[in-house]
Design a protein around this ligand. Structure first.
Ligand SMILES: Nc1ncnc2c1ncn2[C@@H]1O[C@H](COP(=O)(O)OP(=O)(O)OP(=O)(O)O)[C@@H](O)[C@H]1O
Length: 220
């Protein structure tokens, strides 16, 4: 589904942060992406989300080679990808409900067709009492859960999550992990960037992608 071939990335004139990355993200796969702070996990997620272009090498996403796609077509491809940013990126003027429903609204769906699903997901992530408030009054953990719900609601083909359990307690982290696993069971490929070893230990069958000094090792 995603193919990287000899991909390298540098910011401006700086050093190469990622070097010669060659790997696939298969359909329906589940992987953790880990490595020391500053190793380039967020950078790799940005490449996967098509918000950065590689400085060398080839990336194929959903059978399209990225360098050949006109910029104005990228948003259509991105709609097939759900992403949880480390800094959440909720829209300040929208309520929790509206933020989570946004991907469906953008798709032109009728509210009556998704309202119950959005409310159910919000309850599942523990935001049932926070449906009609703005992000400014949510705690860090609540914002994180709203961002996760928004990334999941449209059942993307690929889900990317950057430290998605960084702001929640261990029971909530387990609950969120079970949500990612359920989404994966329904057919979504999942990539979770994390430092949390206990989280990774809960999914024996997950692939581990380990970034270190610009290189990537994969353990299936
Ligand atoms: N926009 C940018 N411009 C220049 N350098 C950047 C930029 N973004 C990241 N970097 C550098 O790229 C390297 C990798 O950063 P990145 O955020 O991808 O690492 P990370 O593995 O996600 O780190 P962490 O675990 O701390 O979140 C770091 O040295 C960082 O300073």
């Amino acid at each position: 589904m995603i193919h990287f071939e000899n991909v390298g990335l540098r910011y401006g004139m700086g050093p190469e942060i990622l070097r010669d990355l060659t790997f696939d993200i298969p359909r329906r796969s589940f992987q953790f992406l880990t490595g020391p702070s500053g190793a380039g996990k967020t950078t790799l997620l940005r490449l996967l989300f098509l918000s950065l272009q590689p400085t060398r090498g080839i990336i194929r996403t959903f059978d399209r080679e990225i360098s050949t796609i006109p910029r104005d077509e990228l948003p259509m491809l991105r709609r097939r990808i759900g992403i949880v940013f480390q800094d959440f990126r909720l829209l300040d003027h929208l309520t929790t409900y509206e933020n989570v429903a946004l991907p469906l609204r953008v798709r032109g769906k009728e509210e009556s067709s998704y309202r119950a699903d959005v409310l159910e997901l919000l309850k599942w992530v523990g935001l049932g009492e926070r449906i009609n408030v703005l992000p400014a009054v949510l705690s860090g953990g609540e914002k994180q859960r709203a961002a996760i719900a928004r990334a999941l609601i449209d059942r993307p083909e690929l889900l990317l999550a950057d430290e998605p359990t960084g702001n929640v307690d261990p029971p909530m982290a387990r609950r969120l992990l079970s949500l990612f696993l359920e989404l994966n069971r329904l057919g979504t490929a999942v990539v979770i960037a994390t430092h949390d070893l206990s989280l990774m230990d809960q999914v024996d069958e997950a692939r581990r992608m380990i970034l270190s000094q610009g290189r990537l090792d994969i353990y299936d």
